[in-house]
Design a protein around this ligand. Structure first.
Ligand code: COA
Length: 396
């Protein structure tokens, strides 16, 4: 059994090359732009070209953080998604091949709305505890689709976060104490015959807040947590205002100093979400990336409280401790570059890209997109099979 700290050794995110500006979308939907930019808190929405799906986005997120040495030590690839492309075969198997991970590995796909990457991390931690020296790759990757001209449209997005879970982690260690909570509700769901999610929007907001308050209260009573001892809170972010709404009651009951600290870090944690939108399974971890890259006051030893939520619904509250030297292992410049290189679409172009379809009759489509500059792309669909490859450059 491993007695060392275990946690997030490396972390990275990917979002596709396209976006729509929320002010343009508001005008096209005959809505006051302030509703989108202030009321919902979104500035840009990431859009995936036809050459990016959940699998290719997940592979692109993991590519920069998996070294040849890691590929030999990874025993498990956990692919968390609610945008899976196959009822049977897991996207993890395709990602395993694309990243050159050793063949003696376990590959699975996990689902529970936006929550399952957290389950993946916790399972990875347990695995590494029992198998010292081994590593697990956890990826959360999704395309949030509510449909054109729907209330949920403003909370769409696309992207993936990849995390390597290992002992003696370079970024965060994960505390053993955690509180999970499940209740069978219909706040958001997607029947297998529907491309777009169905949502009871107001109820989903209420359920999210209720789950946050429930798991936090339980955590405080089980483990005597003083929230003021936390440096920051990080939230699953379906849109950038959601976490702030959830902590409103909490902020009434803490000192002004704590309130100010939580609010400052909250703003630092939502920068990427504001510019990308909801990425479902990866959203909490996109928030963590944003906090790491944009919070100059973070220090080793600081503890971050994390709230994970997946409609349907499962929630979890857990703590991450920043480790010595974490700031030397962030990919901040790469993240800035990724967002800066994106291309703005008009609303008409976005609607066209959104409505593109892959063949479902077994015919062959060779795919390419003038918009896509990502190294790994979906290049062909043939005989009902999706094929991915490196485009433009090789992994070498
Ligand atoms: N200027 C500034 N703010 C404005 C505004 C304006 N002109 N018009 C509306 N707003 C505010 C509202 O007051 C509201 O703020 P509040 O939530 O703090 O009260 C916010 O904008 C949203 O307005 P609302 O009328 O509630 O929007 P909506 O009915 O179109 O739905 C969602 C919003 C989030 C419910 C909807 O986008 C959705 O269903 N999204 C998908 C589900 C989801 O993300 N759920 C989250 C939990 S998982």
């Amino acid at each position: 059994m491993n007695t060392k700290k275990i946690g997030i050794d490396k972390i990275n995110f990917f979002t596709p090359t396209l976006y729509v500006d929320m002010i343009d979308l508001a005008h096209a939907r005959d809505t006051d732009p302030n509703k989108y930019t202030i009321g919902i808190g979104q500035e840009k929405m990431g859009i995936n070209p036809i050459t990016q799906d959940a699998v290719s986005m997940g592979a692109n997120a993991a590519l920069p953080i998996i070294s040849k040495e890691d590929a030999l030590l990874i025993d498990m690839v956990i692919f968390a998604t609610e945008s899976g492309t196959d009822y049977s075969k897991s996207g993890a198997v395709s990602i395993h091949k694309l990243l050159g991970i050793n063949p003696f590995a376990r590959c699975i796909e996990m689902k529970q709305a936006c929550y399952s990457a957290t389950a993946g991390i916790m399972m990875a931690k347990d695995y590494v505890t029992l198998h010292p020296g081994r590593k697990v790759l956890v990826i959360g990757s999704d395309i949030a689709r509510y449909g054109l001209n729907t209330p949920g449209e403003v909370t769409q997005g696309a992207g993936a976060v990849a995390m390597l879970i290992a002992e003696d982690p370079r970024i965060f260690s994960i505390r053993d104490e955690t509180v999970m909570y499940t209740s069978d509700i219909f706040d958001f769901w997607r029947p297998t015959y529907s491309e777009n999610a169905m949502v009871d929007g107001k109820f989903s907001n209420e359920a999210y807040i209720n789950f946050f308050e429930t798991v936090l209260k339980e955590y405080q009573s089980r483990y005597s947590l003083d929230v003021a001892s936390l440096e920051a809170l990080c939230f699953h972010l379906p849109y950038s205002k959601m976490g702030k709404k959830a902590m409103a009651n909490l902020l009434e009951n803490v000192s002004e100093t704590t309130k100010e600290r939580f609010l400052t870090h909250y703003e630092e944690s939502i920068i990427y979400t504001k510019n990308i939108g909801n990425i479902y399974t990866g959203s909490l971890y996109l928030g963590l990336n944003s906090l790491l890259d944009n919070a100059p006051s973070l220090k080793a030893g600081h503890t971050i409280g994390c709230f994970s939520y997946g409609s349907g619904a499962v929630g979890e509250f857990f703590l991450l401790d920043l480790v010595d030297g974490f700031d030397e292992h962030l990919l901040t410049a790469e993240h800035t570059g990724l967002l800066a290189a994106r291309q703005l679409l008009t609303v008409a172009e976005y609607e066209e890209v959104f409505s593109e379809k892959l063949p479902t009759d077994g015919s062959t489509a060779s795919l390419s997109s003038r918009f896509d500059h990502a190294p790994i792309q979906l290049v062909e669909v043939t005989n009902h099979q999706r094929h991915y490859d490196f485009v433009g450059e090789s992994k070498e």
